[in-house]
Structure formats: C-alpha cells, structure tokens
Design a protein around this ligand. Structure first.
Ligand SMILES: C[S@@+](CC[C@H](N)C(=O)[O-])C[C@H]1O[C@@H](n2cnc3c(N)ncnc32)[C@H](O)[C@@H]1O
Length: 170
C-alpha cells in the first residue's frame, strides 16, 4: 500500500515538474478540443504528403487528426515523457511519429506546417527561430498568440469558438 501511494506521489511530482518546465519553455498541457481541431484544420487546405509538426503536441490529438483526415506526414514534439508515451499508445499510424524533445533545440527546416499553442513569449521566440530556419512557404498556425515578427507575414486570422488562430507564411 505504501509503495503504491509513493508511486502515485512520485508520478504526480514528475507530472507537475514537466508542466513547470513546459511553462518555462512554452506552456503547460492544455489540450485543444476535438471539434475545434477539426474546424481549424479544415480551413487550412493541408496538402497530403507535406510535413506537419505540432510543437508541444500534448496527447497527440492535433497531429493525429491532421494525419488521419488530411494525409500529411505528422510529427508531434513533446517534452513530457508521459504524454509522449500516451500519444504513442493512443495514436498509431505509419505517417505519424512522436518524439520526446525540446522543440527549441530541434532543426525545423523541413517543416511545411507548424501548429503552435504555447504562450505569448514563446510565440515571439518562435518567430525569431523560424525567421532563421523556416523554409520558404512554411505555414505557421499559432493558436491564441500572435508571432509579431516583421519578417513573417500574417496571411489571415481564423476565429473558432471565440479562439483566434493566427496563420503566417514565411
Ligand atoms: C498548451 S499545450 C498544447 C497541446 C496540443 N498542441 C493541443 O493543442 O492540444 C502545450 C504543450 O507543449 C509542451 N511543451 C512546452 N514547452 C515545450 C518544449 N520546449 N518542447 C516540447 N514540448 C513543450 C507542454 O508539455 C504541453 O503539453
């Protein structure tokens, strides 16, 4: 019984720890609702076979939907190992992979689409990063927070269930 209680306590501590780390580098885990995901992805005219990253993929629902419904090749990048484990358990598709990494330390130059739901500070930082390494034509979908980088052009804003999605192209 004591071992069980201790395991639960350690699990909770690890979870909180990773969420705090997430707050420093981006945001804690707050999932996007499935209906909202379906609606926003439907507006993007995603091209099958192109590479779609969800930076901070949580439980993998956004990138899974993009792969299953729109035929892109999906990569979910997530810091929290429990969420990566859960994503792998729930979402199985040959064109879908999950990696446990810090997206700030990744080379994203092969991305065609980046979905980003983090924090205002992280959105600004993403602008700088993609300015340097984003390929020409890259589309960035930033949920809730504007990128505000003069060199990344905002194409449009999509509002779904009172939430804004800012769509950019490099
Ligand atoms: C607001 S949630 C978004 C989850 C998912 N994209 C969605 O919309 O349902 C942000 C996620 O980013 C992860 N995260 C934060 N900073 C990160 C980093 N530097 N590298 C990888 N993942 C990060 C957090 O652990 C959290 O799961």
């Amino acid at each position: 019984m004591l071992v069980f209680a201790l395991s639960i306590a350690v699990g909770i501590l690890v979870w909180v720890g990773y969420n705090l780390i997430g707050e420093i580098g981006g945001a804690a885990f707050v999932p996007t609702g499935q209906k909202e995901i379906d609606r926003v992805l439907a507006k993007l005219n995603l091209k099958p076979g192109k590479k779609f990253y969800d930076l901070g993929s949580g439980d993998g629902r956004v990138v899974r939907t993009a792969v299953e419904k729109f035929g892109v090749k999906g990569v979910g990048v997530e810091l929290n190992p429990w969420l990566v484990w859960w994503s792998n358990l729930k979402n199985c598709h040959p064109n879908l992979q999950f990696v446990r990494k810090d997206f700030w330390k990744m080379d994203l130059s092969d991305a065609d689409y980046i979905y980003f739901y983090q924090s205002p500070r992280a959105a600004k930082r993403l602008g700088k990063k993609m300015n340097k390494e984003g390929k020409s034509g890259l589309i960035i979908i930033s949920k809730a927070f504007e990128i505000r980088d003069g060199n990344i052009e905002r194409k449009r804003t999509v509002v779904i269930e009172n939430r804004s999605y800012f769509i950019y192209q490099t």
